[in-house]
Ligand binder design. Structure first.
Ligand SMILES: C[S@@+](CC[C@H](N)C(=O)[O-])C[C@H]1O[C@@H](n2cnc3c(N)ncnc32)[C@H](O)[C@@H]1O
Length: 213
């Protein structure tokens, strides 16, 4: 299900700041070699992420779900020179680092391979932005485990919260991802200590902050 009229979406992308050449190259390579290239956040969400980083003056970002490294590079390029993106994935593509190296911002990215729930336990310090974009069945675990790691004025960005519109109907018994996203969306929106804005951008993006900030 498309949430935005495709012509309007194209017009909006055409009138937003474009990704860098290095990001564009990585996106094109991903589309050439990865059967699941649709997992990329793409230009519109990338532009939104960059604006959020700049607006919030984020310096340290945690990303759960690297894939080919596109979103990590988009975010690194929006960070100040001392910024850092720590990005986690259970899989590692052999070409990702070489694309990061083509950008002067690539050195801000630190990739850690492994199941994210285990890796999170090894991390230290606070993060100004936490981007959750990995296995949907663990979304709530990721949020609950990283909530204490969010800086006072920090925010979560959660991808795919509308899951092609499947969240509207009861999940079938073999669809654990839809069921998990429904539980996740209900849980965050019921919490008085969190403020949530769910945007019908791309596949649904939720912005979550601690209340009072
Ligand atoms: C939607 S893709 C991330 C896309 C990426 N953020 C981008 O836009 O360029 C999801 C990624 O989560 C990873 N993933 C799935 N389960 C995971 C787990 N348990 N721990 C860490 N990574 C996982 C997958 O390997 C996949 O690369």
């Amino acid at each position: 299900m498309k949430f935005i009229n495709p012509e309007i979406e194209t017009y909006a992308i055409d009138h937003s700041t474009k990704p860098s050449e290095a990001c564009k190259k990585l996106e094109l390579h991903t589309r050439e070699v990865e059967p699941m290239s649709r997992m990329l956040i793409g230009e519109m969400e990338g532009s939104l992420m960059a604006s959020l980083i700049k607006l919030s003056r984020a310096e340290r970002i945690l990303e759960i779900g690297t894939f080919t490294g596109y979103s990590a590079l988009v975010m690194a390029e929006a960070l100040p020179p001392n910024g850092e993106v720590v990005t986690l994935d259970i899989e590692q593509r052999d070409y990702t680092q070489s694309f990061w190296d083509q950008s002067t911002h690539g050195s801000k990215i630190r990739f850690i391979k492994g199941p994210a729930l285990e890796t999170i336990s090894t991390l230290e310090g606070k993060f100004d932005l936490i981007f959750i974009d990995a296995d949907k069945t663990n979304y709530l675990n990721y949020l609950q485990k990283t909530l204490p790691m969010l800086s006072a004025h920090g925010a979560f960005v959660i991808d795919n919260v509308l899951w092609s519109g499947k969240v509207l109907l009861p999940a079938s018994s073999d669809d654990a991802s839809t069921a998990a996203l429904q539980v996740f969306n209900d849980w965050v929106s019921s919490r008085s200590d969190l403020r949530v804005t769910m945007l019908p951008v791309r596949d649904g993006v939720s912005l979550i902050q601690k209340s009072g900030h």
